[in-house]
Write a protein that binds this ligand. Structure first.
Ligand code: MG
Length: 265
């Protein structure tokens, strides 16, 4: 090799040797998720509880079944004034549903619930009698919250804050998603109790969401109540409305990150 090339080659290898060894790239931390407790994709984050979702004939595995078509033993009767005061429910049970009977009275859950999802199915009489508030009137009477109206609102005009899926005299539904008289309809009523501070002051008001036949008709409307546990009744409004497939499941606690993100427990 010519001397000059040899020198250049030697210099080249010296330069290469002098290059500092590259420090390993510091591992990039992933950004935090809302709340600043867990990072994105954190495998340490608690796993949501596994449940079996509902089928057409079964409730979700974490639900309390209040009526499965057999008996109303999870309810007590509240008679109208002057009627037989028995607390034993007297509604007619047949073909997997319970139907309001004359002097049947309101029925009320024996259990109380905190924040929860209430599922029930109902049908107003197939034979249409009356109009306005007189057609298939009943209701889900949430103690301390108010009534989610049950009514035949299929081509049956009435005041909007009293039609089916209204929070009675508070909020009309966003749309009228009613089926025809006699057809089965469903409600999923999601009750989020008010969040209170240590002194009992409201940090976040109670919120109510209603899904009627799969359609959202009340979306987190606020209700002026501090109740943390409540039962509910099914109203006897003198019309033979039917109910079936009634269950309630608790809204599960959110993990620490989600709680901190919202700033309330
Ligand atoms: Mg009613």
């Amino acid at each position: 090799m010519p001397r000059i090339l040899f020198i250049l080659s030697l210099l080249g290898s010296l330069v290469t040797a002098a290059e500092p060894a590259k420090a390993p790239e510091p591992k990039k931390e992933k950004p935090f998720t809302p709340g600043g407790v867990y990072r994105e994709g954190d495998m340490q984050r608690p796993r949501p509880t596994v449940i079996t979702p509902p089928s057409e004939s079964t409730a979700p595995s974490d639900a309390v079944v209040l009526f499965d078509g057999k008996d109303l033993s999870k309810f007590k009767r509240v008679a109208r004034k002057g009627d037989d005061p028995s607390e034993v429910p007297q509604w007619k049970i047949e073909n997997g549903y319970a139907e309001i009977t004359p002097k049947g009275g309101q029925i009320e859950t024996l259990d109380k619930f905190g924040s929860c999802q209430i599922h029930l199915e109902w049908a107003t009489p197939a034979e249409v009698k009356g109009n306005g508030q007189g057609r298939g009137n009943s209701g889900v009477m949430l103690h301390g919250w108010g009534e989610v109206q049950v009514l035949d609102s299929y081509e049956n005009d009435t005041y909007p804050d009293g039609q089916a899926a209204a929070v009675y005299h508070k909020y009309p539904p966003l749309v009228n998603a009613s089926r025809k008289p006699g057809e089965w309809q469903s409600y999923d009523i999601i009750c989020e109790c008010a969040k209170l501070d240590a002194k009992g002051a409201v940090v976040q008001p109670a919120r109510l969401t209603v899904i009627h036949n799969g359609v959202i008709v009340q979306h987190a409307v606020t209700i002026d109540t501090k109740v943390q546990e409540f039962g509910f009744g099914l109203q006897d409004h003198l019309n033979p409305t039917r109910y079936r497939n009634i269950w309630v499941r608790p809204l599960h606690e959110r993990d620490e990150g989600a709680v901190k993100a919202e700033g309330t427990k």
